[in-house]
Design a protein around this ligand. Structure first.
Ligand SMILES: *[C@@H]1O[C@H](CO)[C@@H](O)[C@H](O)[C@H]1NC(C)=O
Ligand SMILES: *[C@@H]1O[C@H](CO)[C@@H](O)[C@H](O)[C@H]1NC(C)=O
Ligand SMILES: *[C@@H]1O[C@H](CO)[C@@H](O)[C@H](O)[C@H]1NC(C)=O
Ligand SMILES: *[C@@H]1O[C@H](CO)[C@@H](O)[C@H](O)[C@H]1NC(C)=O
Ligand SMILES: *[C@@H]1O[C@H](CO)[C@@H](O)[C@H](O)[C@H]1NC(C)=O
Ligand SMILES: *[C@@H]1O[C@H](CO)[C@@H](O)[C@H](O)[C@H]1NC(C)=O
Ligand SMILES: *[C@@H]1O[C@H](CO)[C@@H](O)[C@H](O)[C@H]1NC(C)=O
Ligand SMILES: *[C@@H]1O[C@H](CO)[C@@H](O)[C@H](O)[C@H]1NC(C)=O
Length: 714
């Protein structure tokens, strides 16, 4: 019984925590020097715990094997007490024989009792014994780690129903990725010699809409199987067909964001956080009146203007005058980023004034919209921290947090920060000294180039239209990009005619969702070596300018353009995270753990089985006490006891063949109760079936001669 209780209790404890240490998961207990504590010794705690589990299983199987014999033996002992109880005077001999036969172990007896034989065979003790045996047949035993082997009984099938073995991960050794970006890092000694712009520009030239983006995360998993069910005939969402996340259509992605570690990076048993940034671009068509006035003289603003004259894009003959004005009218000497780990949101706005005006009236069939207009590109940016995927959160990235994650770093989390969260406020953050006169910016982006921590839209704008950009280079050094000594004929005959010589940044991002180039765009997919003349170059620039408001895929609607600016902002943010600072201090620890087997059981299961087991063990204990309490005339109602009873019934029971025991009426008529034949009178008691007196522990009874004494106390 003790073994049964012990193994059950250990099993219940193991479902929720290990015996050898306090938690199955990781617990840093407030200490941050976890690396030193975590070693193989640590993991041995869990291996030892598994030993406990195995030992418990062994004990349970032993208990399971012993339970029936034990319960039956206890019942047998109780029978002797039972048949001499005063309350059992009406017990028939047949009922007593049934008890002596251990009728509770005989399924045939169950049938007899159910089908009308209860009066003949049944007695109160028999019922109790049967219940006890049904209830207690077995305690759980494990054949192997996955299945439970429990024959018969009620407790055991219940246990097997409720209890399973599951494999969980337990801590082994925490490894640290030491140098990832803390947003606070970006504000200490950060230098930007325009490298971020150049990196973003290169990325914008290299990336297309089909390029897998390893750092593009999605907050929620895309459920492709669901959409497969719902849309039998509709094509699958694009992202279900993609091996990884791409820029194809960012609005299709559920909560897309940038984080420094590769998408889906799991920290296993450790709870860790990381910086995330998501930027979303919009493109609106605006009125001329909404365009900022005097942008070229606004202090701290970004302003560029390019204009030229080119062979018409829209007609085969004639000329277009093109002009392009870009303006960010805010004071850009102030960084939009704040040095806080809590959530921050900001918006940047870029205004474009584009015109492509033919110098003669356009034919009716040509849409006047192709000639430009006023546009506003708005990029909303949100930055904050999120919980990296781990075993606790179902390997899914957590939501964007409003607060500094280190403020609620729990037991399974290590402090990842090196810098104090409440550092200098934004205004106190040291900045690169800005020359006095450069705060008044006119037609140049130059003074913004060495400013650290620009917003993603400003970086994108500098990359696309600032100095060194595709358009600026061709405007300032037109001759460098033409091949004037090569006649058209020579070029056509040349072996490398039409070979690519470069890619225009941003045009790859303007591709269709499936990354098809714009077929009416001479810059897409690459710049070729066919540029002979200044006019041709101007045409390239007009095409470039036009692609800022018109797209082959969706025309003037701006959907592709907004998507391209969203993607560009992503690349700008990625460059910012990578290159702003040399001293990165945010560490990320991970431990993918080792497999450990533990029992698993629901709360209901634990309660149900515990109640039943308690009932069983209590009844067994009660029966044992009951049988030990009173004086007993024999140890068990065994064959020898029945033999002795038989001897006293020579008149009624003979040693003959019995064809149908059930019909021998004498068995029902004769009493099965053992009493004192003398009725308590005289010095010496006499055992007798149906004797009128109670067996009395004080009295001596006639007995077999042992050591010369023929009288014993019962
Ligand atoms: C025994 O049976 C008789 C009659 O059958 C009944 O009157 C009596 O109450 C019974 N006694 C007990 C203890 O059951
Ligand atoms: C622009 O911002 C900087 C930094 O905050 C500030 O020093 C400057 O006075 C601002 N200029 C204007 C015109 O607001
Ligand atoms: C837009 O650009 C055109 C051509 O350069 C110019 O004539 C016009 O004044 C500009 N409009 C605004 C509001 O700046
Ligand atoms: C285009 O520019 C040329 C020269 O710069 C000028 O002569 C012509 O009038 C302009 N055409 C239009 C429609 O503005
Ligand atoms: C960034 O993601 C968060 C969380 O999903 C969302 O609340 C926020 O609006 C997003 N911001 C932008 C600019 O898309
Ligand atoms: C800026 O404009 C002035 C005239 O307004 C011109 O002299 C100067 O060269 C321009 N600078 C650049 C970098 O375009
Ligand atoms: C191009 O031609 C000019 C004269 O027509 C000549 O001076 C120059 O060297 C040539 N350049 C190249 C690169 O051949
Ligand atoms: C992106 O997908 C959304 C939703 O399916 C759609 O409305 C939108 O037009 C798509 N945008 C682009 C640029 O393909």
């Amino acid at each position: 019984m003790a073994a049964a209780l012990f193994s059950w209790i250990v099993m219940c404890i193991l479902t929720s925590r290990p015996i050898t240490t306090a938690h199955y998961g990781v617990n840093f207990d407030g200490t941050h020097i976890y690396h030193l504590q975590w070693d193989s010794v640590m993991h041995s705690l869990y291996t030892n715990n598994e030993k406990w589990f195995r030992a418990t299983q062994v004990i349970q199987s032993i208990v399971a094997v012993l339970t029936i014999p034990l319960a039956s033996a206890v019942c047998s002992k109780a029978v002797v007490t039972f048949v001499q109880q005063h309350s059992q005077r009406n017990l028939s001999l047949r009922q007593a024989i049934t008890l002596a036969d251990r009728g509770w172990t005989d399924p045939a007896m169950y049938l007899k009792l159910v089908f009308g034989g209860f009066k003949q065979y049944g007695s109160r003790l028999l019922i109790i014994a049967i219940l006890l045996n049904i209830l207690g047949t077995d305690l759980p035993s494990y054949r192997d780690s996955q299945t439970l082997m429990i024959p018969g009984g009620i407790i055991s099938p219940l246990q097997s129903f409720f209890m399973t073995t599951k494999t969980i991960k337990t801590p082994t050794f925490a490894t640290t990725v030491p140098f990832t970006t803390d947003i606070l890092d970006q504000f200490t000694n950060s230098v930007d010699s325009n490298l971020i712009t150049v990196m973003a520009r290169s990325a914008m030239a290299a990336q297309g809409n089909h390029s897998p983006q390893g750092r593009l995360w999605t907050g929620k998993a895309i459920k492709c199987s669901e959409s497969l069910d719902k849309s039998n005939f509709v094509p699958l969402p694009l992202n279900c067909l993609m091996p990884t996340m791409t820029f194809g259509n960012m609005s299709l992605l559920p909560d897309p964001f940038l984080a420094e570690l590769p998408s889906g990076y799991s920290t296993g048993l450790v709870q860790q956080y990381s910086l995330r940034i998501n930027s979303t671009a919009r493109r609106d068509i605006i009125d001329e009146s909404e365009f900022p006035i005097n942008c070229d003289t606004l202090p701290g603003a970004f302003y560029v203007k390019y204009a030229g004259r080119n062979p018409s894009l829209f007609t085969t003959s004639g000329w277009d005058n093109w002009s392009f004005v870009a303006c960010i009218p805010t004071n850009l000497t102030q960084s939009p980023w704040r040095p806080v780990r809590s959530r921050q949101d900001f918006t940047e706005e870029l205004y474009l004034n584009i015109s492509l005006i033919p110098d003669r009236p356009v034919h009716m069939s040509e849409t006047p919209e192709k000639q430009g207009g006023f546009f506003k590109i708005s990029v909303d940016t949100t930055a904050g921290y999120f919980e990296l995927p781990n075993y606790m959160n179902g390997q899914q990235p957590g939501p964007l947090l409003d607060k500094d994650p280190m403020e609620h770093c729990g037991g399974a989390c290590t402090d990842q920060a090196f810098r104090k969260a409440h550092g200098p406020s934004n205004s106190e953050v040291p900045r690169r000294a800005v020359r006095e006169d450069s705060s008044v910016i006119t037609n140049s982006s130059l003074s913004l180039e060495k400013r650290p921590n620009r917003g993603p839209l400003l970086t994108t704008t500098l990359a696309l239209f600032g100095s060194g950009s595709f358009i600026a280079e061709r405007m300032t050094r037109p001759k460098a990009f033409t091949y004037p000594n090569r006649t058209r004929e020579e070029a056509r005959r040349g072996p490398n005619n039409g070979a690519c010589v470069g890619q225009v940044p941003f045009l790859g991002l303007l591709h269709s969702r499936l990354d098809y180039p714009q077929n009416d765009n001479m810059l897409d997919p690459c710049l070729t070596n066919q540029v002979q003349t200044h006019d041709y170059e101007q045409r390239q620039l007009a095409t470039y300018v036009r692609s800022m408001y018109w797209n082959t895929e969706d025309g003037y609607k701006g959907g592709r353009i907004a998507n391209a600016f969203t993607s560009a902002a992503f690349l700008a943010n990625e460059a910012w995270l990578q290159y702003t600072t040399k001293t990165k201090t945010w560490s990320v620890s991970y431990d993918h753990g080792a497999d450990t087997a533990v029992p698993a059981m629901s709360q209901t299961g634990i309660v149900t089985v515990s109640v039943l087991m308690g009932l069983f063990l209590a009844s067994l204990a009660a029966l044992a006490v009951y049988s030990a309490r009173s004086p007993r005339w024999a140890d068990q109602l065994d064959a020898f006891a029945m033999l002795r009873i038989g001897a006293s019934l020579a008149g009624d029971v003979q040693f003959r063949a019995a064809a149908d025991v059930r019909r021998i009426r004498a068995l029902d008529r004769l009493p099965g109760w053992i009493g004192d034949a003398t009725g308590g009178e005289g010095a010496l008691g006499e055992l007798a079936l149906g004797g009128p007196g109670l067996l009395d522990g004080q009295r001596k009874f006639a007995a077999y001669v042992v050591d010369g004494d023929d009288r014993v106390k019962v």
